[in-house]
Design a protein around this ligand. Sequence first.
Ligand SMILES: [Ca+2]
Ligand SMILES: [Ca+2]
Ligand SMILES: [Ca+2]
Length: 363
Amino acid sequence: MNRLFSILGILTIAFTVSNCNKSDDSGGLPLVPPRDSKEVYTENITSIEKYLKNNYMIERNGVISFDSITSANYKNQPTICEDSRLKSIMMNNDDYTAYTLPDPYDRTKTIFKYAKSADTVKYKMYYLVLNEGEGKKSSPVDSIFVKRTNFTLKNENIASINHPFIGGFYSFPHTVAELKGTVPSPLRMYTGERQMLRFIKTALNSGINPDGTISFDETTAGRIIAFIPSGLGQFNSGYSTLKAYQPYIADLTLISAFERDHDLDGIPSKFEVKTEKIGTELTIHDYFELDTSADGVPNFLDIDDDGDGVPTRIELQYKDANGKIKHYSYDAPELKTCSDTPRYLDSKCKPFMVDGEWVWPSK
Ligand SMILES: [Ca+2]
Ligand SMILES: [Ca+2]
Ligand SMILES: [Ca+2]
């Protein structure tokens, strides 16, 4: 979310400033546009590769720390570069950002649309899998419980509310309710870290304790160390000890992963993708590419998938023999009311109201 928000932020500031009285002393607003991502990446990968040669990793009682070979504590341990677990992979920037627009039907409201990152840099990501994990793989849109520690390349800890000591919930993208602020916003994890989770699995036997903490079998949780170029991280928005445009280190332990119905329309997000993709290992793009109503909101985040004005949740409804409202599964044959397309994906298939009841046309 970093770059687009920054650009929008700057546009907002620029707009505000242009409306200000010229003699107003604004105190020097930061009107610096973000730097070029390719140029920043070139610097970052040079720093990372130098770092890997000049630092070593310390694993003590499950705690990872890093130190420089110039430190007095250094006793000829292998550098990170010499660690046989070190691997690298090329990655794209898979980030998608939500941005708000005025609702064309009701100017007092806003709607959320989604933009894929415009960043085309190919990023080299160095990583070490410390533990593959014995549970399951997480999908790119699962909500995940992760223990997460970040360090700068000066081996300083990066502390923030996004790094709770006991671990925390991270979700991407935000659910519709999280975006609207009707439920608390989850913690924030940058796309570079999120993308590295594909190499590890969740823990076995994870559960929530009565006091809200999470218990899990520590030896079975996937754990990965990754070296993140800032373009897949904070980019121009530094915080804590991490400065803007500086690469950083992530120590990630994946504890559990939960499937979501992001828009709460009654269809789990993993089924709001193209039919031929259902049941396959889904990429983030598989989720974002299906937009039946072509309104800029992908189906898994769209409460009215065909854009016919009738929410998907209502299109899935029926009454059982006792008059109780129930919902069909997304692939129920009963939903093929007007054609072979399920009615919630067919904008021409609409119910009409008779005596306060939805009545569907027949084929
Ligand atoms: Ca859904
Ligand atoms: Ca939907
Ligand atoms: Ca609809």
